[in-house]
Design a protein around this ligand. Structure first.
Ligand SMILES: Cc1cc2nc3c(=O)[nH]c(=O)nc-3n(C[C@H](O)[C@H](O)[C@H](O)COP(=O)(O)OP(=O)(O)OC[C@H]3O[C@@H](n4cnc5c(N)ncnc54)[C@H](O)[C@@H]3O)c2cc1C
Length: 449
């Protein structure tokens, strides 16, 4: 398996995000400058790669992590830090498509995903503000509220899980402290973290436990040999029994994409703004219970408030992949004020973007490219908890064990047809989604008038 054209191999600083400005010191990683041998080599030091390393180390399997940039430089250090105990598709819809058994399995795995992060935080004593704040899914239309109700009913009747509850319009507005949602779904098990501090804390703990992590070390080629694999980097190589690819939306950022993995996902920009700290009076009215919130629009907005009263507000990024498109940030600034009029012209402290990896069926995928190469990727905007779970499952694959994760592990993860035309394709889909979202909101306003 060889690398294709070498693209951007330059070390790039972390984006100037809220998380970077409030982050704990990063562990110092050296660049690989030798030829090493280990049991498992892991490519990528985000949640997926670090969780794989954590679980391998726990199981007594030697591993080495190589990262093109720095710990948490990818999506893991710049996301919303929200752990919703839901997939993009609701459980009732999953049951309809795949059957009750699969939906029950996925439901159990999702709860395990959030628990996995909590357990790692506790075991490694990571200072990352993990808290079970509760996750609110805010419905922008009655139709979406009905599907949340169907989820609640499915969970209660088929999984014996009555933790989530449906909120009406007024309860949702009270929880959000604004917005114009028609209702919502509140699961108290949803959680939040400081994502960059989580990755830095986990990397620090792994280094202390003897796991080697190399930074500024892009893998250029992966060569399969009869009884081993070898990854080649600019100044050194690692021979191992097994390789794990944990590069998610940044697969191919360096020209390295074995098995056409880059064409099995579509990498999409997501952009974020963070306000400067709100005054205590105003902050008390915004997300008063400190919930993590995502709405149900096709082009979703999501938001949370930090311990120092900054609102972090995210939404769609530039479709062509630009991270500095002023129009995208201006739109987020309009949306944050529409949602929370009380914050007025809040001053924005940071603006940043990152890439999510979208798949055709909206599920992440985990599997093997060959007996000695495994991968997990494609989390969409729901990877904080799931990538930690799939890291745990990757550790099992790398140890030669079998895994069962419903559609996430069923090997239906083929390259996407017409992948080369994804940008114009996404532009068309985004326009259509914007139209559908606006139409649904207008209809709700008319009905409420
Ligand atoms: C702005 C934003 C907000 C988000 N918000 C949320 C949220 O609130 N909740 C949620 O659940 N999910 C969210 N997500 C999604 C979530 O962040 C990701 O799914 C998750 O971080 C993926 O982790 P990962 O380790 O697989 O990938 P990444 O963290 O992207 O790590 C991949 C790493 O691989 C490295 N790499 C790539 N190529 C090579 C190579 N050739 N050699 C060596 N290293 C390489 C990259 O440098 C990178 O560090 C968000 C994503 C973004 C971008």
């Amino acid at each position: 398996m060889s690398g294709r054209s070498q693209q951007d191999l330059r070390p790039t600083a972390h984006p100037a995000s809220y998380w970077a400005s409030t982050g704990n010191p990063a562990p110092k990683l050296s660049e690989l400058a030798a030829d090493l041998q280990t049991e498992v080599v892991i490519i990528g030091a985000g949640f997926t790669g670090l969780s794989t390393a954590y679980h391998l180390q726990k199981a007594g399997t030697a591993c080495v992590v190589v990262e093109a940039q720095d710990t948490g430089w990818g999506a893991s250090g710049r996301n919303g830090g929200m752990l919703p105990p839901r997939y993009k598709k609701g459980y009732a819809a999953i049951a309809k498509r795949y059957g009750n058994d699969v939906s029950r399995r996925l439901h159990g795995l999702m709860l395990e995903a959030v628990d996995t992060v909590e357990a790692i935080v506790a075991d490694c004593d990571i200072n990352c503000d993990f808290h079970r704040s509760g996750q609110l899914t805010a419905a922008h239309s009655s139709e979406h509220l009905r599907s949340l109700e169907a989820d609640r009913d499915w969970m209660a009747s088929e999984a014996g899980d009555k933790a989530a509850r449906i909120l009406d319009r007024h309860q949702t507005m009270d929880e959000v402290g604004g917005g114009s949602h028609v209702g919502g779904w509140l699961d108290p098990r949803g959680a939040g973290i400081h994502p960059l501090n989580y990755t830095r804390g986990l990397a620090t703990a792994l280094l202390a436990r003897g796991v080697e992590i190399y930074g500024r070390t892009p893998v250029l080629r992966l060569v399969e040999e009869p009884a081993s694999v070898r990854v080649e980097t600019p100044r050194g190589s690692i021979r191992a029994r097994h390789a794990v690819i944990a590069t998610n939306a940044y697969t191919d950022a360096t020209g390295f994409a074995p098995g056409k993995l880059d064409r099995r996902i579509v990498a999409i920009n997501t952009s974020v703004i963070a306000t400067r700290p709100l005054s205590a009076n105003v902050a008390a009215t915004v997300l008063p219970a400190r919930r993590m919130v995502a709405d149900t629009k096709h082009i979703m907005n999501w938001y949370r408030i930090t311990p120092d009263n900054c609102v972090i507000f995210g939404g769609r990024g530039d479709i062509t992949g630009r991270s500095d498109n002023p129009g995208v940030y201006a739109m987020l600034e309009r949306q944050i004020v529409e949602t929370f009029p009380q914050i007025g012209e809040a001053r924005i402290g940071q603006r940043w973007s990152g890439k999510i990896a979208v798949t055709r069926d909206d599920f992440p995928h985990i599997g093997r490219l060959s007996p000695s190469v495994s991968f997990a990727m494609g989390y969409g905007g729901r990877g904080v908890a799931l990538s930690n779970l799939l890291g745990k499952l990757l550790a099992r694959l790398a140890r030669g064990e079998a895994i069962e994760a419903g559609p996430m592990s069923d090997n239906r993860f083929a390259p996407i047809p017409f992948h080369a035309f994804r940008v114009p394709g996404m532009q068309i889909v985004a326009s259509w989604y914007r139209h559908l979202d606006a139409k649904a909101i207008r209809a709700e306003r008319r009905a409420a008038a």
